[in-house]
Design a protein around this ligand. Structure first.
Ligand code: DX5
Ligand code: ZN
Length: 215
């Protein structure tokens, strides 16, 4: 499967978001990972639809919007309107019924739907959701902050998921040149990375190292 790299703008310089987006776009990023946090589902607050709307105007890359919020069903419309290309909701925050309704809505608009699960959530919790989604986002840190250390238990989860799920498997949290290798060989093909990419001196080299295993 094609490896896709999704820089997480949580680690970008928000005073100059447009330039930061251009920088990762020119360095070969495939998607822009947008971390939305509400201070309830996770202990941190970040950005909402208004920022997504302006990001949409300054990058041609698909916006991969990761909703770490309670009651995502209530906010999906606003993120659709803002120009999201992919929307991920957490299994800990939706019922299967709500997910089915979100899937129907996004499908009709050509927007991809992802389901995410926290490190402590077992794979069995998303089993029934798999037929409704286009991809799975496996969290390899407890969501809330960038720059945390990769939780190795994610590897087995990815392997087990890959055995039953043929679409995109994305992994998010603590991804660097070393953990990238581990998650790719476990079966993940989309890598979200914040601090490793935005903290790098050479953005292109950082993205290439995640994609191809070069240092
Ligand atoms: C964590 C966010 C991640 C985060 C990744 O709650 O969902 O997307 O920005 O940051 P790094 O790559 O620094 O762990
Ligand atoms: Zn994320």
């Amino acid at each position: 499967m094609k490896i896709k790299i999704a820089p997480s703008i949580l680690s970008a310089d928000f005073s100059n978001l447009s330039a930061q987006l251009k920088k990762v776009e020119n360095a070969g990023a495939d998607l822009i990972h947008v971390d939305v946090m509400d201070g309830h589902f996770v202990p941190n607050i970040t950005i909402g639809p208004v920022v997504v709307k302006y990001m949409r105007k300054v990058t041609r890359l698909p916006l991969d919007v990761h909703l770490m919020i309670e009651n995502p069903a209530k906010y999906v419309d606003a993120f659709v309107k803002a120009g999201s290309d992919m929307i991920t909701v957490h299994i800990e925050a939706v019922s299967l019924r709500e997910l089915a309704a979100i899937a129907k809505k996004l499908n009709s608009k050509g927007i991809k739907l992802g389901i995410s699960l926290n490190p402590a959530t077992p794979l069995v919790k998303i089993k029934k959701a798999l037929r409704l989604v286009d991809f799975v986002l496996v969290m390899s840190v407890n969501p809330g902050f960038g720059g945390q250390e990769f939780i190795p238990k994610a590897i087995n989860k990815i392997k087990q998921l890959r055995a039953i799920f043929k679409k995109d498997i994305s992994v998010d949290g603590g991804i660097n040149n070393i953990t990238a290798k581990l998650v790719k060989s476990a079966g993940a093909n989309v890598l979200a990375a914040g601090s490793y990419i935005f903290g790098a001196k050479n953005t292109k080299q950082a993205i290439n190292s995640l994609r191809r295993g070069e240092i």
